[in-house]
Design a protein around this ligand. Structure first.
Ligand code: CAA
Length: 240
């Protein structure tokens, strides 16, 4: 029987590439989104992948959302925590709202979603939790104290959760993308982005399908011995 995968922030950018790659791999896929109804509608129309609208930063909303996915597709075998935002600004200009928005959406969401699937995975003796971190949680980045804190936080979270569940058939891993060709990266001003790309050893932005391939591997049966790991997919920009 096909495994069920839930991809948060799965209707565009890296998340959409992940969702589509799982679909091609024969999984039953659900995507979540929060804001952009038009993009979600055209994503579902194009792929047939259902999109569930809820805020991953809100535990009660996640509870309802996960219930809806389970009712429609079945118990979740693979959770991909991908949803994320940036609110880039120097710390000396950052507001408490800019700090909290990023921590809620990029870090607390990983607690919310993982908490809601982990008991069932433990009961069934199988599960894969894969969280999208970032090179900027490993190496830091100007304007991203909030984002770097959240993206580093998910790495520690995943290691602890991996230990807790290693004997239960559940693996918990992280993919840390570098600069990938998405709206988020394209929003960086041209001169700053040019300077970043010039420092990438592979000399180009990454592609969303290159991140999806790493996620699919971690979800596979072949990756059963890999847990608590962080896969860097960053064109050589950071080798941790
Ligand atoms: N790398 C190197 N230098 C940077 C930089 C970066 N990422 N970001 C800013 N700088 C430099 C600027 O070039 C500028 O230098 P000069 O004074 O020598 O010209 C200086 O810092 C100040 O920058 P700004 O003039 O742009 O100042 P600002 O207050 O208007 O904006 C900022 C500051 C919000 C940090 C803005 O520069 C910015 O958005 N920078 C990009 C930050 C970034 O790289 N974000 C990553 C987004 S992609 C992502 O997050 C996905 C992922 O996981 C990889």
């Amino acid at each position: 029987m096909s495994k069920v995968v839930l991809v948060t922030g799965g209707t565009r950018g890296i998340g959409a590439a992940i969702a589509e790659a799982f679909q091609k791999g024969g999984y039953k896929v659900a995507a979540t989104y929060h804001g952009n109804d038009d993009v979600a509608k055209s994503f579902t129309a194009r792929t047939g992948i259902p999109a569930f609208k809820f805020d991953v930063a809100d535990f009660a909303a996640c509870q309802k959302g996960v219930e809806a996915v389970v009712t429609q597709l079945g118990a979740i075998d693979v959770l991909v925590n991908n949803a994320g935002i940036t609110r880039d600004t120097f710390l000396h200009k950052m507001t408490p709202v800019q700090w909290m928005d990023v921590i809620h959406t990029n870090l607390n969401s990983v607690f919310n979603m993982s908490r809601l699937v982990i008991e069932n995975m433990r009961n069934r003796g199988f599960g894969r939790i894969i969280t999208i971190s970032s090179i900027n949680g490993q190496a830091g980045q100007i304007g991203q104290t909030n984002y770097a804190a959240a993206k580093a936080g998910v790495i520690g979270f995943s290691k602890a959760l991996a230990l807790e569940n290693a004997g239960k058939g559940i693996t918990v891993n992280v993919v840390a993308p570098g600069y990938i060709d998405t709206d988020m990266v394209r929003a960086i001003s041209d001169n700053v982005l040019e300077a970043i790309v010039a420092r990438i050893p592979v000399k180009r932005l990454g592609r969303t399908d290159e991140i999806a391939a790493a996620v699919l591997y971690l979800a596979s049966d072949e990756a059963a011995y890999m847990t608590g790991a962080t896969l860097n997919v960053n064109g050589g920009l950071f080798m941790g």
